[in-house]
Write a protein that binds this ligand. Structure first.
Ligand SMILES: O=C(CO)COP(=O)(O)O
Length: 248
């Protein structure tokens, strides 16, 4: 049985003030029906981990470099994220693919770097609106899966987030049937490629998840949780999403 996971991606938002929002979520972590992960900006990882103390909430980065160290101004290695207190890292978010030209090969190399440092990789995939309108969604997802995930994948080290690019920050979401189609497809693809244990990999849906649509989305087959952007910045909203996941 896969444990559910509520993951928040703060993106390039949040500072000392927003950090305090975490306190109100700490009580919910005690229920442990749903695993919780927050990925704040790298500047907050250390302080967030310290603030959480022993609370069973994971803290993650939003990206890491492929190299372990070296002359890469502005970049952060996976080992540095671990040193700051992170246990997870988001890799291949569509905003990184778009803004920084990250390809499936980049995502694959970063994932290996993350694993080598002991991090759990949250690998993001998803189609653009044009790709969906062209009927290419499953082809795109299939190619991203095979290109982005290294052969050494295990359920313990990997989470996959399906985030349709056109649903991110837009208030738009795919229909429940469309979400089911993609999540079932991802599960099948993983099963075909990774005989052992692919069934244990958690599949998150991301893209305009909010309290009002969370319960419906979490009832969809092969949806094991959510990767939440905007709504994860407000403790009340993220808490309501966690509640929906707990009840699913
Ligand atoms: O990109 C996302 C999470 O990684 C989703 O963002 P929103 O929840 O703001 O649409």
């Amino acid at each position: 049985m896969r444990r559910k996971l509520a993951a928040g991606n703060w993106k390039m938002n949040g500072g000392s003030v927003e950090l305090g929002e975490i306190r109100t979520l700490m009580g919910r972590a005690a229920t442990r029906q749903t695993d919780m992960l927050i990925c704040p900006p790298a500047t907050l990882i250390d302080r967030m981990r310290a603030l959480l103390g022993d609370a069973p909430m994971a803290v993650g980065g939003q990206d890491c470099h492929t190299a372990t160290s070296g002359a890469h101004t502005g970049d952060i290695s996976a080992a540095m994220l671990v040193d700051a207190g992170a246990s997870h890292v988001i890799i291949g978010h569509s905003e990184r693919r778009q803004d920084h030209g990250e390809t499936d090969a980049t995502v694959r190399a970063k994932t290996t770097a993350a694993w080598n440092a002991g991090l759990i990789a949250v690998i993001c995939i998803g189609e653009t609106l044009q790709e969906r309108e062209n009927g290419q969604t499953l082809d795109v997802i299939g190619a991203q899966l095979s290109g982005s995930i290294p052969d050494e994948m295990t359920p313990a080290t990997t989470v996959i987030a399906y985030e349709p690019v056109w649903a991110i920050g837009t208030g738009l979401t795919p229909s429940l049937e469309q979400i089911a189609e993609v999540h079932d497809f991802i599960r099948d693809q993983l099963g075909a490629r990774f005989a052992d244990g692919a069934d244990g990999v958690r599949l998150l849906y991301g893209g305009s998840v909010k309290p009002s649509n969370a319960a419906d989305i979490f009832a969809v087959s092969n949806v094991d949780g959510a990767l939440v952007g905007g709504a994860s910045l407000k403790a009340a909203d993220f808490g309501a999403i966690i509640d929906a996941l707990d009840a699913a």
